[in-house]
Design a binder for this molecule. Sequence first.
Ligand code: SAH
Length: 287
Amino acid sequence: MKTHVWVQVVIRIDEHYQDLLVGLLILSGFTGFVQEEKSLQCIIPKQKWNTACKIKFESALAKFKTEFPSCDLSYSSVIVQEENWNKKWESQTGIVEATPHIIIKPSWKTVPKRHYKKLVLHIDPKMSFGTGHHETTRLSLSLIERFLEPQMNVLDFGTGTGVLGIACIKLGATSVFAVDNDTWAIENTKENVKRNGVQKRMIVRHGSVSGIPRRNFDLIVANIDFRTIARFISTLTARVRKQGIIIFSGILTTDLPVLLKVFAKNALVPIELVNENEWTSVALRRM
Ligand code: SAH
């Protein structure tokens, strides 16, 4: 029997950052990833682990460290003989069952039969957040499923990979305006928009609140941190029509009491709260 030889590179990196790094490493030639809480295992056939590949790998790590200086990471590599990595990858990475009806699929995966009837979001991450591995993305999707109505015009603030905006279009929205202040995310979103064939209905722009057109959106989705929510809440509220809905995610449950007061000041009434682990997402109606 032919023995396959692989190189397994183990990167010690917190789970929170792993999705972002995976996108870069795919570009370096790695084909398999196993994510654990404190480490990311990356697998590559030994014959591909040559000098050029190692240089690409090192530059990917260097780029990542520049983008995220607070992220601690180090790595080691070992040669591994004959193991059924494919099975391991399939069980641990790749397709995310984001909600009972929606799956998120990277291009290196095929949709298993059991998911045939589900809505498929084709998302390849690069350096951007939004692969569905994070609770806040999944929670946002579940609220979108609940509140998105056909023909809505949607604002996706902090689009990341474009995942939420793409989901809105696929669920029947007429248009999505997606914005992110990270150039890498914008590039990535544009690719994912094409990958999903929604480019006619989804506009993608680099920028922040000042770049949002002055119109009355029916729905705003923002999976963004507490500080950014608090900072931009009045501007965002002014961009949603009366009786329209804002979905905020990225909220640590411990921050919720403070935010609820901020929502009340802005005449936003919570109509649904969902949570997973330490994260909460909320849907609010503008009065
Ligand atoms: N919507 C995706 C990504 C959420 S991560 C998802 O649900 O998975 C949050 C995103 O908001 C990041 O891509 C980040 O670059 C972007 N972001 C953070 N602050 C921002 C700001 N002030 N203006 C625009 N985008 C911002």
